[in-house]
Design a protein around this ligand. Sequence first.
Ligand code: AMP
Ligand code: GLY
Length: 430
Amino acid sequence: MRETVLLIGGGGREHAIARALEDSEADLYACAGNRNPGIARIAVGFETLETTDPDAVVDYATEIDATIAVIGPEAPLEAGVADALEAAGVYPFGPKEADARIETDKAFQRRFMQENDVPGCPDFETFDDMDAACAFIDDYDGDLAIKPAGLTGGKGVKVIGDQVTAEEGKAYVRDADYDRIVLEERLIGEEFTIQAFVANGEFRTAPAVQDHKRAYEGDEGPNTGGMGSYSDATDDLPFMTESDYEDAVSIIEATVDALDDYRGILYGQFMLTETGPRVVEFNARFGDPEAMNTLPVLETDFLEILTAARDGDAPPELEFAEQATVCKYAVPEGYPTDPEAGAKVQVDEESAGDALLYYASVDERDDGIYTTTSRSFALVGVADSIDEAEAIAADALAVAGEDGLRVRHDIGTADLIQRRIDHMSELRDN
Ligand code: AMP
Ligand code: GLY
């Protein structure tokens, strides 16, 4: 039977998912709040709709007779879109609302780890009372990460001793108007991501990726959804050992075991500390940008993973090309604090050369492509080494056009990677 797949979401991650399904035995349809030109070109149908409205998504899924749905972003998961699709007879590859709490509720996430003895959990406390939280900050011996419990697009966390002082942290807690926050031990080390394909109690992992959260070069400035990322030709990254990768995979294994029938992508964000990997957070979906590192090197047909999940089977063993990837995002000026939406994006696709171009949160209109308040497009180099992949992405950005947009040119460069390696060896020597 030929499948009809509905892809939900209009970012760079979803453009990567669309590409991964492009040559599969499936008719691909897509829906998103913005008209992503890259996805619209691949899909046989594209509908602009509110993806956090389960009824709107189900209506479209029913209209096209979807057999499988792939939910890209976290917001529709939180809104119960997977539950609604399943109730309507469409198999959703993405967790139900209750399972997505592993991402959408950080207080739940930490308690879940604690109650199930999942290794790698930092010490934490949750607070509904912000005065009590401030008192805890005053009394705590060491630095804390301040985390709103709910979704903030990766932009809500403030780390004392890194981004803010304790006084600024307390002001943030008092002024930001969150209902609940988590205060947790500040983890020190290098971050990396492992994404796992999970279905029917089993999982398969992809090579590790390192994202760059901070807005500006040299890891300065506010947190963003991620400015770019790289992966190596091996499962691990230059600052890690194979056994660090394996340790992180065992944390994912313990998590999958503790979850009841989770399905979709489980994204583990780890801090490699001097004592090994600890969990920064879990997400209930592919990372964005990390999907753009992982899916281009996935040699297994993504549709085969989806149908196995739907049919009650374990995910197939995954094959990845042994190639490195570097992804660099072009974002609107002012992103993330004061992004300039509605600016015309001039991107010359022909000039992308050997790089893969992924459109993200841009909107295609009759007279061109326009920025929204989020990331605009990404260029990804794929090559035998990180260095070569970096050069491909950098060359493509220079010619494909980054006018009026901002890029972190340092992502994937030999200098920055050496700093990661030095940082890790410094910590481990201590
Ligand atoms: P999250 O939204 O939980 O991914 O947090 C965003 C970013 O804040 C992470 O990628 C880290 O850079 C940082 N962060 C979160 N939790 C901690 C922690 N416990 N210690 C140090 N940094 C953290
Ligand atoms: N790149 C981080 C995320 O997708 O949450």
